[in-house]
Design a protein around this ligand. Structure first.
Ligand code: C2E
Ligand code: CA
Ligand code: CA
Ligand code: CA
Length: 276
């Protein structure tokens, strides 16, 4: 208990937090969610390889806690899910992301869409569609500008529910991306039935491009799959020019990654768009 206010940087990349740390973090998380002001969103550009210009963004949640310091989402989101706090937090994220997107549009920064990560716990709730409709009403965002990113594990664990909720989202005109595609395994057979609109190739396959023959094979297979089903495709975690060239040659035209930009604050994003 003698850990100082700023002494928690060791949490940051540590996925296996011990019980005491975990209890402390959950306590801090609860306090922050009540206050809300310690959370904020960053926006990572998605870029067209054809034009080299930004087309869209993904909203990424950040937590800068006065109690436990800066904690990465890979650490605090599982805790928020475990405790159910992701429901309140996730609703806040949706609202904030959509209202920022509208603010950008109203100032003339015209992006095609905003990607928002939604936890399977949120999707499983009966009131999710109501939450979403409230966000659409309040922010006045056109649903076609919203792209919900969900993971394969959700589709695998609850396929029947997934089929029906995704259909409802598509009926609302909302777009749906499968995140980290290729890391799960069960959704392949469902791709045809599921109303998804985009696949995001997981960074783990992009990392070893263009050297690993396995990563090349998987990337090609995912792109072919997307083409077969008429889905858009995004490559995640692109960090260098060789990866970019390979993906471009393979016909993957939307790129997200440090090669173009890290996640940015709203003001940095405006500058980024302006200076393109
Ligand atoms: P994700 O949805 O797969 O997001 C992509 C992650 O990769 C982000 O990490 C992003 O900063 C990072 N990234 C992007 N380009 C590169 C690159 O070129 N190199 C490297 N090394 N990393 C790159 P981040 O922001 O730490 O988020 C981690 C995960 O936390 C996300 O993975 C997502 O699953 C989850 N997450 C973030 N925000 C939210 C949210 O609002 N709601 C929910 N439910 N989950 C969220
Ligand atoms: Ca994502
Ligand atoms: Ca991802
Ligand atoms: Ca991920």
């Amino acid at each position: 208990k003698d850990k100082g206010r700023n002494g928690y940087s060791f949490f940051t990349n540590d996925l296996a937090v011990d019980i005491e740390e975990k209890t402390m973090m959950i306590h801090a998380l609860k306090a922050s969610i009540d206050k809300k002001d310690e959370f904020f969103l960053l926006y990572q550009p998605k870029t067209s390889t054809l034009t080299g210009k930004i087309t869209a963004v993904e909203a990424l949640l950040r937590w800068n806690s006065s109690e436990v310091g800066k904690i990465t989402p890979d650490t605090f989101i599982p805790l928020a899910e475990e405790t159910g706090m992701i429901l309140t937090l996730g609703a806040w994220v949706l609202n904030q992301a959509c209202s920022d997107f509208m603010l950008l549009r109203n100032e003339g920064y015209l992006l095609e869409h905003i990607g928002v990560n939604v936890s399977s716990l949120q999707l499983q709730r009966d009131d999710f569609i109501k939450t979403l409709n409230d966000v659409l009403d309040q922010t006045k965002i056109d649903p076609k500008w919203l792209e919900i990113e969900l993971t394969e594990s959700y589709l695998a664990t609850d396929a029947d529910h997934a089929l029906s909720i995704l259909r409802t989202l598509r009926d609302l005109n909302i777009n749906i991306a499968i995140d980290d595609f290729g890391t799960g395994y069960s959704s392949m057979a469902y791709l045809q039935k599921l109303s998804v609109t985009r696949l995001k190739i997981d960074k783990s396959f992009i990392d070893d491009l263009p050297l690993s023959s396995e990563s090349i094979a998987i990337t090609r297979a995912i792109i072919a799959l997307a083409n077969t089903f008429g889905l858009s495709i995004t490559a995640e975690g692109v960090e260098n020019h060789d990866q970019l060239c390979f993906l471009q040659d393979e016909g993957c035209h939307e790129i997200q990654g440090y090669y173009y930009s890290k996640p940015l604050t709203l003001n940095e994003l405006k500058d980024y768009i302006t200076n393109q």
